[in-house]
Design a protein around this ligand. Structure first.
Ligand code: NAP
Length: 249
């Protein structure tokens, strides 16, 4: 494999999909560390600064390769590059190799990214740029610093995910669940504007409360029996699905 610095990786005996991370800056590196810590086989690609090679050298089960090689080898691709780079550099280079593959978009758009595009979210722009892939949005509202803290025992966050293809969304949900996050289905990809807006809300709360990016989102499911990832507690009186609907006007 071109540009590979170690032997190829493959699905492990637990059937973990091979993950590819494109972009090994703050976010891509933190995610690669998390996925490696959870035992996922990994392919990594970066830009010109050889960040992927440096990262792969210190992670188990990780191989640095060109974006083209990562696109071919990985079953699920995590796109951790700025939106304009994804659209103008990465999509033209590897988009055609991603037929039928799941692409997890973790981006938060700058205002200029959406200006004049007719789209309301980076996720829809990415889906437009990668028409052969099944795009799922998620992890954008967790910062690289929080992910690193999480690897070292920090609290888990809720990660809302959107996507138009149920199997792709389930695939991402399984990866995030195994990584330790609480996953919330936020509906179709067109709902991505709301989870991208959640990042901005958290940023403003962090600013107002003097906490910087040390704020995170956790969903309370008050009407549901607790599961392993939910806090213990009892449903609120009268919190049937019908009454919940009425209250969310
Ligand atoms: N940082 C966060 O806490 C955070 C949280 C949530 C979401 N996000 C999202 O994650 C994405 C990345 O953000 P970031 O903070 O990690 O940015 P960053 O630190 O600037 O990293 C971007 C990376 O993209 C790589 N890159 C540039 N051109 C490339 C190409 N053509 N092919 C492959 N890789 C290329 C660069 O590689 P080289 O260094 O090798 O040039 C760089 O390492 C953004 O969409 C952002 O909105 C970030």
């Amino acid at each position: 494999m071109a540009g590979t610095s170690r032997p190829e990786v493959s699905s492990d005996d637990r059937g973990s999909p091979v993950l590819g991370v494109i972009g090994c800056g703050s976010m891509g590196a933190a995610l690669a560390e998390l996925f490696a810590a959870r035992g996922f086989p990994l392919y990594l690609a970066g830009g010109r600064r050889r960040t992927a090679q440096t990262l792969a050298a210190r992670l188990p089960c990780a191989v640095a390769a060109s974006p083209e090689a990562v696109a071919s080898a990985a079953q699920v691709l995590v796109l951790a590059t700025p939106v304009h780079v994804s659209r103008t550099e990465i999509a033209p280079g590897i988009g055609h190799r991603l037929g039928g593959k799941v692409l997890l978009d973790v981006s938060n758009p700058a205002t200029a990214d959406l200006h004049g595009t007719g789209y309301h979210s980076a996720a829809e722009l990415i889906a437009d740029a990668f028409p052969k892939s099944s795009v799922v949005k998620g992890l954008n509202c967790v910062s690289a610093r929080q992910i690193r803290a999480f690897i070292h025992g920090g609290p888990p966050f809720t990660v809302p995910v959107t996507g138009d293809e149920p199997e792709a969304k389930r695939c991402v949900a399984r990866i995030l669940d195994r990584s330790g996050f609480d996953v919330a289905d936020a509906g179709p990809l067109s709902n991505s504007r709301w989870i991208e807006g959640l990042t901005e809300l958290l940023r403003r709360i962090g600013q107002e409360e003097g906490l910087g990016d040390a704020v995170g989102f956790r969903l309370l499911r008050l009407g549901r029996e607790h599961t392993h990832s939910e806090p213990r507690g009892h449903p609120l009186p009268g919190s049937t699905s019908a009454s919940r609907k009425e209250n969310w006007k």
